[in-house]
Design a protein around this ligand. Structure first.
Ligand code: ADP
Length: 172
């Protein structure tokens, strides 16, 4: 299973994978952080399509095309805003990863890249979030045979180190 997971430092908008995941907000109309970067790189057609989708609840995912991105698809998911941990944040974040994997299977794709959902503007504690990301990925890959590559694209060394620590704990 280990060779199906890749943890790298980089910019998710540059990844040549079948789908990249966007850490969107419930409106799906774009925003700051990775969401803004994806909309800028994909071009205005992305917003036209996400406007038609009409939003997405927290913990779920919706698919659009990738337009000018190297990736063919964008899986938009809405992470929870951290508010202390007593508002189902863990389960909602796990739901994001599960929903994204479900959409990836429906698309029949082989590779998908994730950013660190909820850990920027939404303030989810980083180590807790990367633990959930890799726990859900492990669970998924144990039974799935179609996805050959799951990438975690870390924006900066702090995120990279957190994924490496979580990986050692969960897969080591
Ligand atoms: P959220 O609102 O879900 O917290 P953010 O976009 O604010 O989403 O942050 C999520 C993560 O995405 C953070 O780790 C942030 O540093 C990272 N990020 C920002 N831009 C990019 C990018 N171009 N590629 C990959 N990750 C990015």
């Amino acid at each position: 299973m280990e060779d199906r997971i890749e943890i790298i430092e980089g910019d998710i908008t540059r990844q040549k994978v079948d789908a990249i995941v966007n850490a969107a907000n419930t409106s799906l109309l774009g925003g700051g952080g990775v969401d803004g970067a994806i909309h800028r790189a994909a071009g205005a057609e992305l917003l036209e399509e996400t406007r038609k989708i009409g939003g997405c609840p927290t913990g779920e995912a919706r698919v659009s095309k990738g337009y000018c991105l190297p990736a063919k698809w964008v899986v938009h998911t809405v992470g929870p805003v951290w508010s202390g941990g007593r508002n189902d944040e863990d389960a909602l974040l796990a739901g994001c990863y599960r929903s994204c994997f479900r959409e990836a299977v429906k698309l029949g794709i082989k590779s998908i890249a994730f950013p660190s959902i909820s850990t920027g503007a939404y303030r989810f504690p980083l180590d807790r979030a990367t633990g959930i990301a890799l726990t859900e990925t492990r669970q998924f890959l144990l039974t799935n045979k179609t996805i050959a590559k799951v990438m975690f694209v870390c924006f900066g060394e702090r995120v990279l180190n957190s994924y490496k620590k979580a990986y050692a704990r969960i897969f080591g």
